[in-house]
Design a protein around this ligand. Structure first.
Ligand SMILES: [Zn+2]
Length: 470
């Protein structure tokens, strides 16, 4: 088995297509899905035997923080992309923060892309930042190939000199007018700054700094207020929107009404809002601190219902790591702990375990939430996001007969601080192929090395040797 090979016949698997699951063999040539066949003996290609396994499209994780350059000690492209590869992700989109400097100018985008090109195990793309100081850089960043822009309506966690800045209403509105002209989307971290900062100050003044206090300082209403404001600005500017990590069912309903109204808006949620609750935040502690925070059990159940109804467009990890020292709360002050869950490697397995095995959601639906809808929204069709002829051979081999308990040593990210360590998972990713290259395979582990490509919106399918032509 040669990992660098990009020609295969992937034989004997149950293949998850757009609407159904079929027993098919997949012919891969030059890293691209050439065709399906039921007569594999007609091909003289190396065989990748997946008997008894399920083959799914690779995840497109639209939301990760690899923090390079500047904060390599938090994560980095090498470890971060290895973790995603082991988790069945074949393309990820890196956030403009918490790298330092953040990705707010073309030169900084190019600097970051060069690092990813040297280190990334799987394909990658980038969000540009929208901050009050870079309105004149929006057009250039768009032309340089960002998938869209990311802005914070509340303060980001990092506050060093040169760090990413939140937008006030003026910068948000002006930025949305500029982004609308590029045709790209604006991804928003939507929590209302006034509400969150006032509630945080109130808690701290009264010495109330436990995990419950932190949860109460970022109530679901803060999310709804910010979302309503952004939707109003979208009506004024025609800027296409995407809401990051939506945590509350009522917010999903709010965004759904805007879709009915005709606004061009999508949203993602994350595995932690679908799996963990505020009780888990208390039980697990700092490792499960994130923003927006974990919510009630009732809310979690409503999110699953909304997902099944097709009202949540996609699932992203929001992999947001930090050094272990930043996950320690001196004196129990949870406000001082880094807010971010680092579990990007487990997204696919968690959703398959909880969504498919426990809740019976169909595999084609799950494939839509983790692959097709992200590809469609980011402009990666007709190249990525489906198992179909002409698409890149971004494939994940899943073993539903293998359950295991996640251990820290199973993880490939730099700091292995997943809140799911110790959790029983009733399926396992056996192998991941990116454009036909085997990048991960059990029991060998990461076998592909660096070889990811920068994927830009509007790129055409890599029919000629998987080469990007945009
Ligand atoms: Zn994030």
């Amino acid at each position: 088995m040669m990992p660098e090979n990009a020609d295969w016949i992937i034989r004997g698997g149950r293949v998850v297509l757009d609407e159904e699951t079929c027993d098919l063999d997949i012919v891969v040539r030059g890293g691209v899905i050439a065709e399906f066949t039921r007569s594999p003996e007609r091909y003289s290609l190396p065989v990748f035997d997946v008997q008894g396994m399920t083959v799914m499209p690779g995840m497109i994780d639209v939301h990760v923080h690899f923090n390079e350059p500047g904060r390599e000690d938090w994560e980095g492209f090498e470890t971060g992309s290895a973790a995603l590869a082991a988790g069945g992700c074949t393309t990820y989109v890196d956030m403009p923060l918490n790298s330092l400097p953040p990705t707010v100018r073309v030169s900084l985008l190019e600097q970051k892309a060069a690092l990813a090109g040297q280190k990334s195990v799987v394909d990658y793309a980038f969000w540009g930042g929208l901050v009050p100081q870079n309105l004149e850089d929006i057009e250039g960043l768009s032309e340089a190939g960002v998938v869209g822009f990311k802005a914070f309506m509340s303060s980001p966690g990092t506050q060093e000199e040169g760090d990413f800045q939140r937008v006030d209403d003026d910068a948000l509105l002006r930025g949305m007018r500029l982004i609308a002209r590029t045709g790209k989307i604006l991804m928003l971290h939507a929590e209302d700054e006034q509400m969150v900062s006032a509630l945080t100050a109130d808690k701290r003044r009264r010495g109330r700094v436990g995990i419950r206090d932190y949860l109460q300082s970022r109530p679901p209403e803060a999310e709804r207020i910010a979302v309503r404001k952004a939707l109003h600005y979208a009506r004024l500017t025609s800027c296409r929107l995407h809401f990051a990590h939506v945590s509350w069912a009522e917010t999903v309903a709010e965004i759904d009404r805007a879709k009915q109204e005709g606004l061009d808006v999508t949203l993602e949620t994350c595995p932690h809002y679908l799996i963990l609750t505020e009780d888990d935040a208390e039980r697990i502690g700092p490792v499960a601190k994130c923003a927006p925070p974990l919510r009630s059990r009732e809310n979690r159940e409503r999110l699953w219902a909304l997902l099944a109804e097709g009202r949540i467009d996609m699932i992203s990890s929001d992999h947001s790591p930090c050094p272990p020292s930043m996950k320690i709360a001196p004196g129990g002050d949870m406000f001082d702990v880094w807010g971010g869950i680092a579990a990007g490697q487990s997204s696919y397995e968690l959703i398959l375990d909880e969504g498919h095995i426990r809740r019976g959601l169909p595999l084609p639906d799950i494939a839509r939430w983790v692959a097709y809808n992200p590809a469609k929204r980011l402009g990666f069709l007709p190249r990525k996001g489906r198992i179909a002829p002409g698409y890149d051979a971004d494939l994940v081999v899943v073993n539903f007969a293998h359950s295991y308990t996640l251990r820290a040593e199973d993880l490939y990210d730099r700091h292995r601080q997943s809140p799911y360590i110790g959790r029983r998972l009733s399926c396992r990713i056996e192998a991941t192929l990116n454009r036909g290259r085997v990048v991960y395979r059990r029991p060998d582990g990461i076998v592909g090395g660096a070889g990811g490509q920068w994927i830009k919106p509007g790129c055409t399918a890599g029919r000629e040797g998987g080469v990007q032509r945009s």
